[in-house]
Each structure stands twice: as structure tokens, then as C-alpha cells.
Ligand binder design. Sequence first.
Ligand SMILES: Cc1cc2nc3c(=O)[nH]c(=O)nc-3n(C[C@H](O)[C@H](O)[C@H](O)COP(=O)(O)O)c2cc1C
Length: 179
Amino acid sequence: MIPAQQSTHEIHPIDGGALRHVCAHFATGVTVITTGLPGDSSGTTVNSFTSVSLEPPLVLFCLHQHSRLLPLLKESGGFVVNFLTRQQQSLAYAFAGRESADLTGVPHHRTQEGLPVLSEALAHLTCRLVEEYDGGDHTILLGRVVGLGAEEKPIDDPLIFYRGAMRELGGPVTVPPRS
Ligand SMILES: Cc1cc2nc3c(=O)[nH]c(=O)nc-3n(C[C@H](O)[C@H](O)[C@H](O)COP(=O)(O)O)c2cc1C
């Protein structure tokens, strides 16, 4: 917890834990970024997704520099952003683990480019990797959207991440599973 007297003032130097704590107050959706061709595909849970530009159509996300997804992503030259539904909380935690990130047993299909799309996601964007930028201990990956799809039926609500916990819109906090 940040002491009250520091909460509205700059703190020098900025402590990583405090930064994480404060940024956790920004509610986001939850995505799984998938990449790789058949036989060598993988996914990572990401909430740093941002849409950037409509013309040209660009989006970005940030990946920590030691992520196993990074070499695979560079090799395939593209990725899919899958927006998760509130039903996919366990999937979000599964793809947040180093050991359990392959797509075996997870319903998915392939784009024209051969990239994996999570079939039960709320919506997806297929992207060609166009640029990488240094983002400190993360890499900022910029993608050009080359395909997209959304579930038109009102099937489900999105999964929300807020203050370190998965939530539903307007719903109670749900506690992460113990590993
Ligand atoms: C809700 C949530 C959001 C996350 N967002 C990111 C993110 O934006 N960037 C990132 O590098 N890791 C993020 N992570 C952590 C990665 O999912 C995790 O480090 C990764 O899957 C572990 O394998 P890897 O480090 O080899 O990629 C997030 C985890 C969770 C649970």
C-alpha cells in the first residue's frame, strides 16, 4: 500500500512494486496472443493490448523480453489477438504459465496465414508484425491488422482484469486458482 501522503506526489526513484500497484487500478480486458504455425504454436496472456490507428489499421501490445513467445512471433511474422470471454478465466491463467502455453486441447482454428485463432474467444484480430520498439524490460510489438472477426450473437461478456484479479462486468472478484 502506498502511504497517503505519497499518493498524489511524485516518488523518487519510482519503485517497481509501487508502479505495478498503481497501474493495477487501470481496468483492462484480457487477451491471449497466439502465434506459430501448425506443430509449433503457442499463446501468452496479455492485457497490454491497445488499438493504435484505423488508417492504417494498427494495434500494439507489450511482451516481456524473456517471453518464450517472442522468438516464435518473430519467426512467424504475425500474431492473433484473442479477446477472452468471462468463461475463459481458466484459459487466461493457463496461458499465463511458462509450462502450459501450447494449444493442445484448446479449441482453435487457423487463419489464411496459418495462425491459430481461439475458437471460443469473443473476437479476434489477425496481425502482421510490422515493427518492434524497445520498451525497457518489455518489447513493444506493433501489428498491422490483416483480418478480424467477432461473435455477432450476444454470447457472453468480456473477461476483466482489475487490481490483480479476474472479474466479470459488474460482478464480484473471482480468486485465482492455486497452482
Ligand atoms: C491478466 C494478465 C495479463 C498479462 N499481461 C501481460 C502483458 O501484457 N505482457 C507480458 O509480457 N506478460 C503479461 N502477462 C504475463 C504472461 O502471461 C506470462 O509471463 C507468460 O505467459 C509466461 O510465459 P512467458 O513468460 O514465456 O511468455 C500477463 C498475465 C496475466 C495473468
